[in-house]
Design a binder for this molecule. Structure first.
Ligand code: NDP
Length: 248
């Protein structure tokens, strides 16, 4: 499929896990992909190598997306190279899980800043570029935890619920300029983020999923690619839940 041919995409946190799968999927559909990463330059380089080996186009860009200086610089790098941005995927995220009595204010701030502030900063930069050309789409990665909540994740749930509110508000602001803004809310997906969970917790999670398996990063990437495509041209302000039926 080459439905994204000629499109320029930026994926934050594209070096690993879900972000990596999104980069591979968008590139496979013809987009030129900018793979943002924070610390893991080797992993980002490997994603770029995989895409270019398959005949696609990709570039790695380092930036801490929660930084009010580094996030705008990232967009300057993209426009200097390509002159435009068509698709932004705000995927970078972290967890700092614990029950509220054991969470420190810094655990709350780090998660809100990395997950929510970064999304807002990048949406602001992309809005400027996309409003000007009266087209484009933004996809923000939320979580089912932002919809249903989860004990031990008060900080993370607040960040992911915040992303849903941000998405709806920005969709209302930008629709008149031809720019769509949606969110994807993954359930439990096999990545580094969930790799350390005890087998017992993992088994319980599978039991709670009607489709009886954890998600693969590619499951999320395909939903993102759909929202980025012309097939979704009448969809904005929505949160697409991709969780095997866990939350319904
Ligand atoms: P991983 O931990 O596997 O990867 C996180 C990615 O985010 C890495 O590419 C990392 O870069 C990047 N990143 C982290 N902090 C920053 C930063 N400050 N600036 C730029 N990049 C940063 O996570 P997942 O793939 O599991 O998760 C991706 C997204 O999906 C997150 O938003 C997460 O909350 C969400 N999600 C995940 C679920 C799951 O079950 N895995 C479920 C629901 C939502 P680097 O490699 O350089 O460290």
């Amino acid at each position: 499929m080459s439905d994204l041919k000629g499109k320029v995409a930026l994926v934050t946190g594209g070096s690993r896990g879900i972000g990596k799968a999104i980069c591979l999927e968008l590139a496979a559909r013809g987009a030129s992909v900018f793979v943002n990463y924070h610390r893991n330059a080797d992993a980002a380089a490997a994603v770029v190598a995989e895409i270019t080996a398959g005949g696609g186009e990709a570039t790695a860009l380092q930036a801490d997306v929660q930084s009010a200086d580094q996030a705008p610089a990232l967009f300057k790098d993209v426009t200097s190279a390509k002159g435009k941005l068509d698709i932004l995927v705000n995927n970078a995220g972290i967890t700092r899980d614990n029950v509220i009595m054991l969470l420190r204010p810094s655990d709350f701030d780090d998660v809100i800043s990395t997950n929510l502030r970064s999304t807002w900063l990048c949406c602001k930069e992309a809005s400027r570029l996309m409003m000007r050309k009266r087209s484009g789409c933004i996809i923000n990665i939320s979580s089912v935890v932002g919809i249903a909540g989860n004990g031990g994740q008060t900080n993370y749930a607040a960040s992911k619920a915040g992303i849903i509110g941000l998405t709806k508000s920005l969709a209302k602001e930008l629709a008149v300029r031809g720019v769509r803004v949606n969110a994807v809310a993954p359930g439990f997906v096999e990545t580094d983020m969930t790799a350390d969970l005890a087998d017992e917790i993992r088994d319980k999670a599978v039991e709670a999923i009607p489709l009886r398996r954890l998600g693969y990063p590619a499951d999320i990437a395909k939903a993102v690619a759909f929202l980025a495509s012309e097939d979704a041209s009448y969809i904005t302000g929505q949160t697409l839940v991709v969780d095997g039926g866990m939350v319904m």
